[in-house]
Design a protein around this ligand. Structure first.
Ligand SMILES: *[C@@H]1O[C@H](CO)[C@@H](O)[C@H](O)[C@H]1NC(C)=O
Ligand SMILES: *[C@@H]1O[C@H](CO)[C@@H](O)[C@H](O)[C@H]1NC(C)=O
Ligand SMILES: *[C@@H]1O[C@H](CO)[C@@H](O)[C@H](O)[C@H]1NC(C)=O
Length: 969
């Protein structure tokens, strides 16, 4: 164990820091850098604490690497990857599977035991490249890639010389720069030579870019590259919002600020104008009309308005953020005949933390700053995500473009509640009382100085939005780690673009992904090669409408369908205290188990998972009406495992909804007692995150650990950790939900779900048969190879903990962290009787034997070692093992392709881009999921039982086919 390397990187957990002067905690290269490279200025006095917290991330990786590498043995000629079972076998042999048990080794001590740990270090990844992280900052000043003019441009945009403070909205110079910087950072992590800024930056559609992805099937080397797509996007130009004097001569009574305040206490608030308040993909317009208040502006709110006898036609509607995706508010307004749409953040949706409850406003307190504005895309997300001009195919530079079908035709603008108040006041006494209109009684907001009326106003309001819409380049960044099996790929993704600074959105997620990259990096240095290939992606233009990920998926859809076994997404990893998890039901167990193995960020006696079982989670859904994050919790379907179904709103959408890749999404969201998260505002800043979001950054660490564990498991488990039995069981609940909707509508007797029900049961039987087959195959394998690490699903859970603990002990003792030698340390004596003291060896001294380290400090001590070879196993046994592995391969293929069984050719009604008939973003929800969407919406939206019956029949057939495929030999 090269503890010296690790210490130099400052990656040791706090209890490992009881070290001599040889183990300095190098803060210049601490994990906190990852964070500060995205968000400005971390205070030095905080640094230590943060380092300690973040450093813990490495612990599991470290343990894992040592544990996995503990019995590296050559089973077969590594070149022998001719068959898939050989690839598995190679993977197994690289990951601690061996023909000798640990017991064998204890009983037959040979010279090999002296290198028991070091075997895992002795690996081709060490070649040439040394001290990657330790040094690279010194060799590579962060601005090396930047042309002088770029540097100037950036410098002028940013009031201090910490470039990371810059906004990085998609398509801007800073966004481009952040892609190039990330490329360099990831190259460093993967031990690749640095490329020049123009190198490995590919045009989408070019041969190089195609080869980067499609060539993965033959790749043995990691690669990092940037791709460039060309979607249509907009930038803000100018805007105004005025109440006109009644005389009709255009004189202005009042003008909205349309700007967030520069506040003392949040230094980056001076950057408020870097991205003016506007709506992504909104259109230009100039309208003068009365104003009208329509609650949350949901489809139902507009229906209620109509029922109340008020016409939205010819008005400018004012609606609150919350409940549904903002673009669907504009869509509903547009369909109701409105000329413009204004959306504001009402403090009534801020939970307990309001001025009225005695809290001060940000930055002095946790309540919402009255000037804060939620920017955001008004794409018609549930029509289709991605570039408006290239639906269903990639936005290459020369792509044939169509008129955008997922963009509004009326102008819209986000405003603050400070700006909304005068508008609401002009409505007082006009039209109806807001509380008497909406069915759910949730139209009135939390502003105390006004009584909420619908209007329309007598006064005219003039609203101008001017945007510049054009084809704009965007940049996705990718890193690959080829595994032994290269046609089974796990993709981890996060977006990089932010509305302004993005303290939480997305930098918290980006920091978490970077921690994972650093974890992989540490593993690779230790000689790790995953069983499956890993792709890490940093998508661009997510904020504009999931554009980077959608275009990429549309480009490589066939490849995704064949090769990708899971997509793990993280967007905002921390914006509050509520750990939220959503997933394909097949991945729910994996998430749950990962969260169970990670400590609660502040209470070490609990697991992270216990947050979900404890109070605030369950009551949460009912307590909050319309969150700033726009999620309609009422409509989101949480399974018994408390992992919700995926709707849309982040980069998993194309993977799951169009290409049928099982996906997960996770992060800490805003809860009713949390400091108000200033979503998409200038105040979503480092200062907010440090002071209110996640003081100490514990949750960032926890999120990174959960995601990292999940990724490692999908990449390494012999049988894919996809629990399709769970998924099949969930389908019964989906059906119950539809049945209860039908019952609520009084149409149960017009529908026959018997066949659907029957086929769901058939799929459940087929799924559990496959699960049993997998368990049986693993059992047979473990008999052939005595050391199967048992650590999947509930039934193996006990074994996991034991092994995990063992691994931790091994690491600790190997590093000499605990005073007393462990059981293993005592057992593993080298022939001369010296205990294993790897740490001491690497530091030039052996405290017990007094050995001198031949290699000297700072060199790689293992280059001199020969890799040990165990006796070749009985060829018959190898054949039997290969047979089982082939069987497992076939099982894995079925598991990986289960989700795509839900894909239909024709797609969902009126939104054909969405192909998944198991789950989709609700047509009028956007973020929230609707399960069995075609069937459900045939009832709830189309109100047609004949359409519902047709959908139920098709679903039954689809599910029947899925069962057949599972049964097939
Ligand atoms: C991978 O290698 C195989 C065998 O050499 C070849 O047929 C195939 O075209 C290669 N794939 C790619 C994407 O280059
Ligand atoms: C907005 O429209 C009015 C009336 O048509 C016109 O006088 C005014 O110049 C327009 N303003 C802008 C900025 O286009
Ligand atoms: C775009 O360019 C690529 C090559 O760069 C070419 O293969 C493709 O046919 C072009 N597409 C169109 C629509 O012109």
């Amino acid at each position: 164990m090269d503890s010296n390397d690790i210490a130099e990187k400052g990656t040791l957990p706090s209890d490992m820091n009881e070290k001599g002067p040889n183990l300095p905690l190098d803060t210049s290269e601490s994990p906190v850098k990852t964070y500060t490279s995205w968000i400005p200025r971390i205070k030095t006095n905080r640094q230590q604490k943060v380092i300690l917290a973040l450093a813990c991330v490495y612990y599991p990786f470290l343990a894992w690497s040592v544990y996995k590498g503990r019995t590296r043995v050559d089973l077969v000629n590594p070149a022998g990857t001719a068959s898939v079972s050989d690839a598995y076998l190679e993977g197994l042999s690289g990951q601690g599977w061996s023909f000798t048990t640990m017991q064998d080794r204890i009983d037959q001590p040979t010279g090999e035991q002296g290198v028991f740990f070091s075997q895992s270090l002795d690996h081709e990844h060490h070649k040439g490249d040394k001290h990657k992280h330790g040094d690279h900052k010194h060799h590579r000043p962060p601005f090396r890639h930047i042309t002088p003019s770029q540097a100037e441009e950036i410098f002028f945009k940013v009031p201090n010389n910490d470039s990371a403070a810059a906004e990085h909205m998609a398509g801007t110079g800073n966004d481009h720069l952040s892609a190039l910087n990330l490329k360099a950072e990831w190259e460093a992590y993967l031990g690749l030579p640095y490329s020049a800024p123009y190198e490995n930056v590919f045009e989408a559609g070019s041969a190089e870019n195609q080869a980067a992805v499609r060539g993965l099937e033959n790749a043995t080397q990691s690669q990092v590259w940037v791709d460039t797509y060309y979607p249509i996007m907009n930038k803000p130009v100018s805007r105004s919002l005025d109440i006109l004097l009644p005389e009709g001569n255009g004189l202005i009574e009042w003008s909205a600020t349309l700007r967030e305040d520069i506040v003392e206490g949040d230094p980056t608030s001076v950057l408020r104008d870097e991205v003016a308040v506007f709506h992504g993909l909104s259109v230009s317009g100039n309208v003068t009309a009365p104003i009208l208040f329509v609650g949350y502006g949901t489809k139902r709110d507009f229906e209620d308005l109509e029922r109340a006898g008020i016409d939205a036609k010819g008005t400018i509607v004012l609606v609150k953020y919350g409940k549904v995706f903002r673009g669907l508010k504009v869509k509903a307004a547009q369909e109701a005949g409105a000329l413009g749409c204004l959306i504001y953040s009402d403090p009534g949706d801020d939970g307990e933390i309001t001025i009225d409850n005695g809290y001060e406003v940000y930055p002095n307190g946790p309540a919402r700053n009255p000037s804060s504005v939620q920017r955001g895309s008004v794409q018609f997300l549930s029509s289709y995500p991605g570039d408006p001009s290239t639906p269903g195919y990639p936005a290459y530079k020369n792509a044939t473009r169509v008129e955008g079908g997922n963009q509004p035709s009326i102008p819209s603008l986000p405003i603050s509640y400070a700006d909304a108040l005068p508008l609401l006041k002009t409505l007082e006494g006009k039209g109806k009382l807001a509380r008497e209109v909406g069915q759910s009684g949730d139209w009135p907001g939390g502003l105390k100085d006004v009584e909420y009326f619908t209007g329309p106003s007598e006064k005219q309001v003039r609203f101008i939005n001017e945007v510049d819409t054009k084809v704009t380049p965007i940049w996705n960044v990718f890193a690959t780690i080829p595994g032994h099996i290269r046609d089974e790929v796990v993709v981890i993704g996060n977006h990089r673009d932010a509305w302004v600074l993005g303290g939480a959105d997305p930098s918290s997620g980006t920091a978490s992904v970077n921690e994972i990259m650093r974890g992989f990096s540490a593993l690779l240095e230790k000689g790790w090669k995953p069983l499956r290939t890993i792709v890490v992606s940093s998508f661009d233009a997510e904020e504009m409408g999931l554009i980077g990920s959608t275009e990429w998926c549309e480009d490589f859809g066939d490849w995704l369908g064949k090769n990708v076994v899971a997509y793990l997404n993280v967007d905002v990893s921390v914006s509050g205290s509520n750990l939220g998890m959503s997933a394909s039901p097949s991945l729910a167990h994996l998430m749950r188990h990962a969260a169970m193995q990670v400590e609660h960020p502040t209470d070490k006696n609990r697991s992270l998972w216990s947050m979900q079982d404890g109070g605030d989670w369950n009551t949460f859904n009912q307590e909050i009406k319309g969150l700033s994050a726009d999620i309609d919790y009422e409509e989101m379907f949480a399974s018994e495992l408390k992992v919700k179904a995926l709707g849309s709103g982040s980069d998993y959408t194309a993977f799951l909804q169009r290409y049928g890749v099982a996906s997960t999404d996770m992060g800490y969201g805003f809860g009713p007692n949390d400091p108000v998260y200033h979503y998409h505002s200038i105040y979503d800043s480092y200062t907010w995150q440090e002071k209110y979001g996640d003081p100490g950054f514990h949750r960032h660490v926890a999120a990174a650990k959960v995601l990292g564990l999940m990724a490692l498991r999908v990449a390494n488990d012999i049988v894919l950790p996809l629990n399709i039995s769970q998924y099949s069981l969930e389908l019964s609940t989906y059906l119950e939900k539809v049945s209860s909707i039908a019952a609520g509508m009084g149409v149960t007797d017009q529908l026959d779900f018997a066949k659907l029900h029957e086929n769901i049961i058939e799929l459940q039987n087929a799924s559990s048969a496959l699960d049993n087959q997998a368990a049986d195959a693993l059992k047979r394998l473990s008999k052939l190879i005595p050391e199967v690490p048992h650590r999947r699903h509930g039934r193996h859970c006990k074994g996991v903990k034991g092994l995990w603990r063992k691994a931790v002990r091994l690491v600790k003792s190997a590093l000499g962290i605990q005073g007393r030698p462990s059981h293993y340390e005592q057992k593993f004596q080298d022939p001369k009787g010296n205990a294993l003291q790897t740490r001491a060896r690497h530091h030039g001294k052996h405290p017990e034997s007094g050995h001198k380290n031949k290699h000297g400090k700072g060199k790689h001590p293992h280059h001199g070692h020969k890799r040990p070879h165990m006796p070749m196993p009985d060829p018959k046994k190898v054949k039997a093992i290969k047979q089982v592995l082939l069987e497992i391969r076939a099982i894995n293929q079925k598991l990986a392709h289960y989700e795509s069984g839900f894909l239909s050719k024709e797609g969902l009604k009126d939104r054909e881009w969405y192909l998944h008939k198991g789950t989709a973003p609700g047509k009028w929800l956007g973020y929230g999921a609707t399960t069995f969407p075609a069937l459900t919406e045939a009832l709830t939206i189309e109100k047609s039982t004949s359409l519902a019956q047709k959908e139920a029949n098709e679903l039954a057939e689809m599910i029947g086919k899925m069962a057949e495929r599972l049964h097939a030999a």
